[in-house]
Ligand binder design. Structure first.
Ligand SMILES: N[C@H](CCC[C@H](N)C(=O)O)C(=O)O
Length: 279
């Protein structure tokens, strides 16, 4: 099976072309391929698929084999893949995901995709839709205790669940332990992605992420969008800010006129190859 490994802000996935390959058991494949010692090594796999309602479809599986509704960094890489490999000539691409249709706008330079802006849609704040076991219209800066510490949490869905914790400094914190403890806490019936955010200025935020199903990754596009929304709701940032992640920067804007969040960033090919059929 042919595969392509790509990364967006260091969030690396293996992309499989569903137009050419029969991909049975993608969850099992995701676990095997993602293994950094016995496989190719990645944060998960992404299937690029035909779609009846859109130009293309995308499905994404975490490194543990679980399927996520949406992946921001992968959506930009899919844009680069389909354009540069001649699957489309369009620079505005409708992408079907489990979290609805996302619109990609490609910026092209010398026939290459230089960056992609994704209309990520509206953030979801209602606890039962995220889901988070809380009452009320939203969860913004509410206390949540883990071990003997109390954190203020803000919950946002960008098609997939996110909990955002603002910290003055996360450089000497054990985010792995904290991330693991929060990811499948009973408060989150479908588990959650966890973002730790340090506000640098109203236009600049530092973020680290513990992803549901993949652990710490270098970046998370939906997480960056959710963090910006959380920062605005808590009065920490403007509606347009740069999110600095371990693997690079993303520009996020939560527009007032349509309530949609727009994410702009790069997408890069790492390498491609062939995966042997096993069994
Ligand atoms: N890294 C991805 C999100 C993966 C989300 C996944 N870990 C889940 O929701 O289970 C992004 O760029 O948006």
């Amino acid at each position: 099976m042919r595969f392509v490994k790509m990364q967006g802000a260091g969030n690396d996935y293996i992309y499989l072309n569903g137009f050419e390959e029969e991909i049975a058991n993608p969850g099992v494949l995701a676990k095997e391929m993602s293994d950094r010692h016995f496989g190719i090594g990645s944060d998960g796999i992404v299937l690029i698929l035909p779609s009846e309602s859109c130009d293309f479809g995308m499905r994404m599986f975490n490194a543990d084999g679980s399927e996520a509704e949406m992946c921001g960094n992968a959506s930009r890489c899919v844009g680069k893949y389909v354009y540069e490999r001649g699957l489309t000539k369009k620079k505005k691409i409708m992408l079907e995901t489990k979290a609805g249709t996302k619109i990609l706008t490609l910026r092209i330079k010398n026939k290459k995709v230089e960056s992609v802006c994704v209309d990520m849609g509206e953030p979801v704040l209602s606890p039962e839709k995220i889901p988070v076991k809380k009452t009320g219209a939203s969860v913004i800066g509410q206390p949540f205790s883990i071990g003997n510490e109390i954190f203020n949490i803000t919950c946002v869905s960008m098609g997939n669940p996110h909990v955002i914790i603002f910290m003055d400094d996360f450089s000497n914190r054990d985010l792995h332990t904290l991330g693991k403890q929060i990811e499948c806490n009973p408060l989150f019936p479908e588990c959650t992605n966890v973002e730790f955010v340090k506000v640098d200025s109203p236009e600049s935020l530092y973020m680290r992420v513990w992803e549901r199903g993949s652990g710490e990754t270098y970046a998370c596009g939906t997480g960056a969008c959710a963090s910006l929304v959380a920062a605005v709701l808590n009065g920490f940032s403007h509606r347009n800010a740069v999110l600095h992640l371990l693997g690079g920067d993303l520009e996020i804007e939560w527009k007032e006129f349509d309530n949609h969040v727009y994410m702009t960033g790069g997408a890069e090919l790492v390498f491609e190859g062939e995966w042997p059929y096993k069994g």
